[in-house]
Design a protein. Sequence first.
Length: 186
Amino acid sequence: MQEAEKIEKIKYFDSIAHERDNWKAKNKYYYQELETIVSSVIPPHKSVLEIGCSTGDLLAAVRPRRGVGVDISSKTVDVARRKYPQYEFLVGDVESLLLDEEFDYVLMSDLLGYLDDIWEVFHGLHKVCHADTVPFNDVKNLFYLTERSGSTPETGDFCDADHIPNNLFVALCGMDSDIIRLYFIY
């Protein structure tokens, strides 16, 4: 991503940081359902990294033993730190993740559509994953995701709504298909 575009993205998320929880309140059903689904997959008292953590609500909902949230917006991270001081929140760019710690779960919600280089992000997850790490992604539009990742009918790995694209993420992460388990909400 061009530096100017990244700066604009940061400015945008900083500008909505203090209104984010109001937006979630107006869309309460969606966010409650998302927390319920994610909590049903991620058991409490595990180590969890949430990339694109916003104001920290989803990370807090899974009640991790060790919870780390990363967001590109310093203002959303400030909100998250005030709301959930028991967890660690860091300002950072997922496209150049600077963590040196492995987690049981890596949570990315409402994030993939904002990424400039999905391939690079998933390759970078190696440094925060161990053999049993479960990445959790919610994907609203599989067609958009496959298009952004370069998957097409011509490449032979195109996915439609009836086929979860695990092969795409195995290729992205370079992990064995027996290790990687992904969850999609659509």
